[in-house]
Design a protein around this ligand. Sequence first.
Ligand SMILES: Nc1ncnc2c1ncn2[C@@H]1O[C@H](COP(=O)(O)OP(=O)(O)OP(=O)(O)O)[C@@H](O)[C@H]1O
Ligand SMILES: [Mg+2]
Length: 263
Amino acid sequence: MQIVSISSLKGGVGKSSVTLGLASAALAAGIPTLVIDLDPHADASTALGVRAHGSRDIGSILRKPKKGAVSKITVAASWTAHPITPESSPRPVLDVAPGSAVSSHLDRSGFKVKDLKRLETVLQGVDTYELVLIDCPPSLTALTRMAWAASHKVLSVAEPSLFSVAGTKRTMTALAQFEGSKLWAVPAAGVIVNRARKDFSEHAHRINELHELFGDLVVHPILPDAPVMQQVQGAAWPVHRWPGEQAAVLAERFSTILAGLLR
Ligand SMILES: Nc1ncnc2c1ncn2[C@@H]1O[C@H](COP(=O)(O)OP(=O)(O)OP(=O)(O)O)[C@@H](O)[C@H]1O
Ligand SMILES: [Mg+2]
């Protein structure tokens, strides 16, 4: 099981969009996947067509974490209701551990080291999935650190803009310090470039800067700025099933990134 956090200390750069694009790629490839929505705003849950009911949300089970407890709260993404695979084949697995404002009790910077094991604990023994994607809030709080502690890989999302490059530096520095603490093994980091515009010299300049700063950690391919992304999310639909050329380009790029992640 590959556990991947999608993170950035800067808000609005496309963390949830990347999580959703990779989930769509996994669904298209038939890879059993769980999306954990750690952000109290629960945007990923909304776009996956699910809502937390009662205390069946990730924040509630992280209060008093029990081994494997995530299985008690997972629901199938609405995306799986209309599979493109033949009826005779097994229903594809794309589950969600829904987010809600409840997780904001952990959206703070004060925490004990043992608290950082909470997410790892609720995932322990769960073997239904090949891939777990964790959508993180845009801050270095207990939630983000719990996600990093539970992950094999951390992807930092960056837009090709000055402020976002600076935010990526902060994220990668925080991640290096986290790894350096030797308490956790987070072996791989990557930088996903999102919302790049062709023929826009400022973007070309910032993408070069990201390559200079992070070298091979910059994930190939980069993701274009594509307004269709907002339509797809508004319809709570997977990009791999959205018609048109713009969605097809996005879908292909997410599939390539996913293949690289799972290699
Ligand atoms: N490649 C893209 N092309 C066009 N629009 C995009 C792209 N990526 C993201 N967006 C849009 O940008 C907005 C912010 O994206 P998103 O919510 O994924 O960012 P985020 O990092 O998760 O934000 P937050 O920090 O609030 O959690 C959304 O409206 C989303 O649809
Ligand atoms: Mg988000």
